[in-house]
Design a protein around this ligand. Sequence first.
Ligand code: ATP
Ligand code: MG
Length: 309
Amino acid sequence: MQRFLFFLGKGGVGKTTLSASLAEYLASEGKRVYISSLDPAHNLYDYFQQPPAEGVTEVRKGLYIEECSVEGHIRRLLEETSRRMKDTYRYLTVLNLEGMFDLLKHTPGMEEYGFISAIDEIYRRRSGLAEHLIVDMPPTGLSLRIFSMPLTTHRWIDSLVSLRRKILSRRREITHIKGRSYFGDAVAVDDEDDPVLRELSVEYRRAVEIEGLLKDRELSARVLVMNYDELSLKEAMLIIKDLKALHISVDYIVCNKAGLGRVDEKNLDELKDLSGDSIWVDIPYYGDVTTPREYALEIGEALCSMMNQ
Ligand SMILES: Nc1ncnc2c1ncn2[C@@H]1O[C@H](COP(=O)(O)OP(=O)(O)OP(=O)(O)O)[C@@H](O)[C@H]1O
Ligand SMILES: [Mg+2]
């Protein structure tokens, strides 16, 4: 079983139920498990009947849960960026980024960047807690944008680096004519002295690392949850196609609430063709209980054996 598991799928198909059941089962087997919800409409605390808390809560021995606040990540990201920009552009005396926070918070892409920062934190800061790290992902559209983010970031950084190199080269041309003192010591003219290029290379490395985490099939797996209904099946197709375009695999497909509803066989075959070598499993619909949590260990065991095939 891969160490990091990302649960994806249409709203209401059972992502939280299945990811939490797997976590409970693994913990019952004596493993240390961390589960996090990135869904803005959190319900992990409800599932585990816990009061909301900040940070990580150990619900029982070896089982850690956390609901990530993307807002908090965006705020910290902007504060950190502001601090680093002030360090980098020390020669600019008026740089009032705090005054622009409200505007920056709503910049396109910022929300996705907040999610990437949350995933980055799980990777760096929570890995030591547990052997298995499970992430209950947000609704499909947002999840797909999160998965595409590292690639977009690469491309952006590539363009910014070449733009920055052009600026530095112009500065060098000017120093040939006017002398090095023209810019003063605080302004870099060579690539290796430039703090902006350094910042860009830090961001580049971070994007490469997160991309590895999101797509490396040995380190992580993507678990797609669907039901036997046409809408969730169509959404499953969309997810597989979009991830494929990013060269990201869907490793497991879980048909949850099996026995409830049905789909056109033709569409199901099409999905099977599209999914290639993904491993499939059915989880039954537990209609006889008020909550499928009563079957958590059974569900978790079925998922675990699918993943250990
Ligand atoms: N196998 C199952 N049998 C019976 N009920 C189930 C099963 N799986 C999930 N449910 C129920 O379906 C509902 C939706 O499940 P859940 O909240 O896990 O879905 P979700 O994909 O996390 O939804 P959201 O997108 O809203 O976060 C819940 O009421 C849950 O108890
Ligand atoms: Mg959920």
